[in-house]
Design a protein around this ligand. Structure first.
Ligand SMILES: [Zn+2]
Length: 823
């Protein structure tokens, strides 16, 4: 009590000082009408809520960001999200990355979205193998028992009181259904010690109290067990601290999933939709969900001995969140709470629910740190840690508050090293103190780059580096910490080798092999070494010099052409070359990438000149180069103004009208090009990017109507029927056979046309098992003196992967159409 009195005196003097100080300079004017500090508000409201809600989702962007935002920002619920996959089988609306590279980006997008939502993301790490039509297909790929095992483990680890999910058990993507089915099973299995008993050495069993599934439309589960039970969230309420609605915050979070866009730019003027969740499971001991529940926790009670320990500090009986403009009084209240051991309990009580006590104790320390203006930071001079080299880290302690803070201890943890750092004894108000963290990265530290090779091994986000400070104010000790993540990389990293795979065809197989290697020097000094490529009994190398911390592209040419021939084709898949970076002495490779070599027996009619409009990657450019075609990338300006008649064929990449909205205004020029004798080849588009839409000023883009739908053929081995076996597209210049459709990647096609004008010829049909054939995947029609081709097959995935059949069919598509009179 004596201490408390002293503190009050000190703080009151400080307050007085603040009041009598000269008026702030104009730049600080904002302080006069001080806006509430969202971080302080969050830290305080977090003290009012000891509950955890988990949102389970199949892919990044399937999480319910609105509900997560409301639960954390409005109520202070501890929110975690759990994702089955990294979403690497999806599309990429903004860049060239696909597969594991896309998974890395989507994982980071998820972290960014979670920061907006105030939630904590976790991943089950299943491979996203692309769109799947059924739960059974997904279970076959992932292992039904394995999904359950991983989900049970995460529930036991994260201990949610309530689980919510957007996914039901029967609709949509097979990954969604499988995830929706598993969470229902896991709800009781997580509490059953007979399930996965081997996990119990690291975690305890855990029984969530309620499970909710998002309701779509007016479906009320016709229950034998009485009326439907649900809760409703209104995301349109304005967050009084941030000044925007929760729906607006949630949309800002959703927009972080940029690869999956485009997303709406604003919340609809009449507000976002109300969100409703139906209760599908609850424990027999859970309190009944009240009618008109406004959140999934309504009515739940903690056991008496635990509940009585979680009473948030107040001032004159009112929550601290009502005193946001009186930070010092908040600080006093928090110091008092800490002093009277709030959120702690006798061991036998803590042991009944240790993680909840740990969570709330951390939240109290965090609130104290925020109110006191205390924080810790860790920074590094380089972007990555290099084994055997100094880590070049700095730990800083910041006191942005108005009172002195004692430093009892500053510690570093990371890279298997734990050490105490030198630090001052105290920090005066508005000061910062930094100290160098002198550690050497262990020589045997495991690399975390390229990130795409670490999607599933727990190293995706790099090595965690933690700085932790034990601080004290007025005799009250509290802990603040921070975690930074850094990649562990070789001194020089091979960021990319282009092209990879290396595809050659009869037109290019006798040319020297040429690679562009993007190299990144992670050292603060110049790197000198050797860049080599070897394999197929060929080898070449050159010296490299890379400036400190720079990224440079080095060109490597293997002058002797590979003895590739048609006979070599059989072994084509096995061929590869290795690119390495070697230290000069000892001549030891420090980085290595393998480049597959593929021979495709694909020819294009001679003299073709091709213009192409890529969307977001270099697949078209590389495929045309591999085919030895005279080609040119067309800018929007050239589409609008240049003489297109110099081209025989023009290609619009998949989703090209979405990637280049200007194409719509210039579509008439492209159709004129066809009318005058050219071939226009258009790859797949999504329904909302293609079908005529007056509101978006989008006419029918094809010369004769094509209306597309959401139909997909997801089985990459689905049967292919040649509807027009003698059609030139299947015969010239390459004779296409079933073999050309073997070994496809991911899927056959998507957004197949459902209606098309009779002037089109449908060339191929395909279907998933048990479904009627889709015949619109490759449509061709004469128009004027030229030809128009629309195709929903995923040629780009096959070209990118170097599938010879994909090159042969692509060559025929380019070659289609008569030669011009001028030729
Ligand atoms: Zn999804």
């Amino acid at each position: 009590m004596r201490n408390l009195y002293k503190l009050r005196t000190v703080l009151s003097v400080l307050l007085l000082l603040l009041l009598v100080l000269p008026a702030p300079v104009p730049s600080q004017e904002a302080e006069q009408t001080e806006k509430p500090d969202p971080a302080l508000h969050q830290a305080l409201i977090d003290l009012q809520n000891p509950w955890t809600v988990m949102c389970v989702a199949a892919h990044p962007d399937d999480e319910d960001g609105s509900t997560l935002t409301v639960l954390r920002r409005k109520y202070g619920v501890h929110t975690v999200s759990l994702f089955s996959t990294f979403g690497e089988g999806g599309q990429n609306a903004i860049g060239p990355e696909l597969y594991e590279d896309l998974g890395v980006i989507r994982a980071h997008e998820t972290v960014a979205a979670s920061e907006v939502q105030g939630s904590e993301p976790h991943f089950l790490g299943f491979r996203d193998f692309g769109f799947s039509k059924s739960a059974d297909e997904t279970f076959r790929a992932w292992g039904e028992r394995e999904i359950l095992r991983r989900m049970v483990l995460q529930i036991r680890r994260l201990r949610p009181d309530v689980i919510i999910t957007n996914h039901d058990t029967t609709s949509g993507h097979g990954h969604h259904q499988a995830t929706g089915r598993t969470v229902i099973q896991a709800f009781f299995d997580a509490a059953d010690p007979k399930q996965f008993p081997e996990q119990l050495s690291q975690v305890s069993t855990w029984q969530p109290q309620r499970l909710f599934v998002r309701s779509r439309g007016q479906d009320t589960p016709a229950g034998k067990e009485g009326p439907p039970q649900f809760f409703t969230i209104d995301p349109n309420e304005t967050d009084p601290v941030r000044g925007v609605t929760y729906a607006q915050q949630a949309l800002a979070g959703l927009q972080k999933h940029a690869t999956q866009g485009p997303w709406p730019k604003t919340v609809p003027a009449n507000g976002a939709r109300m969100i409703r969740y139906n209760l599908v499971k609850q424990t027999t001991t859970a309190a009944p969900l009240p009618a008109d529940a406004k959140n999934p926790l309504d009515g739940l009670r903690l056991p008496e001995p635990v509940a009585t320990r979680f009473v948030a500090p107040t001032i004159e009986g009112k929550p601290l969140t009502e005193y946001l403009d009186r930070r010092l009084e908040i600080l006093v209240a928090l110091l008092n709470a800490k002093r009277r051991r709030a959120f702690t309990a006798p061991k036998e009580v803590v042991d009944t629910d240790p993680q909840r006590f740990q969570l709330m104790a951390q939240r109290l320390d965090n609130a104290l740190a925020v109110a006191a203006g205390a924080s810790v930071a860790i920074a590094s001079a380089g972007e990555a840690l290099v084994p055997g080299e100094p880590a070049r880290l700095t730990a800083s302690l910041i006191n942005a508050g108005v009172a002195e803070i004692q430093i009892k201890q500053l510690r570093f943890k990371g890279l298997g090293i734990e050490k105490r750092l030198d630090a001052a004894d105290k920090m005066l108000p508005s000061t910062e103190t930094s100290t160098a963290v002198e550690v050497t990265v262990p020589k045997n530290a495991t690399l975390t780059v390229p990130a795409s090779e670490h999607l599933y091994d727990g190293r995706l986000f790099g090595e965690p580096l933690v700085a932790e400070a034990e601080l004290s104010m007025e005799g009250v000790t509290f802990v603040v910490d921070t975690e930074a993540r850094r990649d562990v990389a070789p001194a020089v990293e091979i960021v990319a080798v282009e092209p990879s795979p290396y595809v050659s065809t009869p037109a290019t197989s006798q040319k020297p092999l040429e690679f562009n290697v993007r190299l990144k020097n992670h050292l603060p000094s110049e790197f000198r070494g050797l860049l080599r490529v070897q394999g197929q009994s060929l080898e070449t190398g050159r010296e490299i010099q890379i400036r400190p911390n720079a990224t440079e592209v080095a060109n490597l040419v293997v002058r002797t052409a590979l003895p590739l021939s048609a006979q070599a084709q059989v072994q084509a898949q096995e061929r590869s070359m290795a690119v390495t970076v070697d230290l000069p002495i000892p001549k030891e490779p420090i980085a290595r990438r393998v480049v597959p070599l593929i021979y495709a027996d694909a020819v294009v009619v001679s003299g073709r000149k091709v213009g192409y409009i890529p969307s977001s990657d270099q697949t078209l450019q590389r495929a045309l180069a591999a085919l030895g075609v005279d080609s040119k990338e067309l800018t929007m300006d050239e589409v609008a103004k240049a003489d297109l008649s110099t081209f025989h064929t023009i290609i619009i990449d998949n989703r090209g009208y979405q990637a280049h909205p200007e194409l719509i205004a210039n579509n008439a020029r492209l159709l004129k090009f066809v009318e005058d004798g050219g071939t226009l080849l258009v790859f797949y588009h999504r329904t909302n990017e293609w079908n005529p839409d007056e509101r978006r000023n989008r006419p029918q883009l094809a010369p004769y109507p094509i209306v597309i739908d959401d139909d997909r053929v997801t089985d990459e081995d689905a049967p292919i029927a040649f509807l027009q076996p003698r059609h030139p597209l299947l015969n010239f210049p390459n004779k296409i056979t079933q073999k050309d459709f073997a070994g496809w990647i991911q899927e056959r096609g998507l957004y197949f046309p459902k209606e098309w004008d009779a002037k089109y010829t449908a060339v191929l049909a395909t279907n998933d098992k048990g479904e009627p054939p889709l015949r619109g995947g490759l449509l061709v029609a004469p128009y004027g003196r030229g030809n128009y081709i629309y195709t929903s097959f995923v040629w780009y995935r096959q070209l990118r992967a170097g599938l010879p059949g994909g090159y042969r069919m692509f060559a025929n598509l380019i070659s289609y159409g008569r030669r011009k009179e001028t030729d």
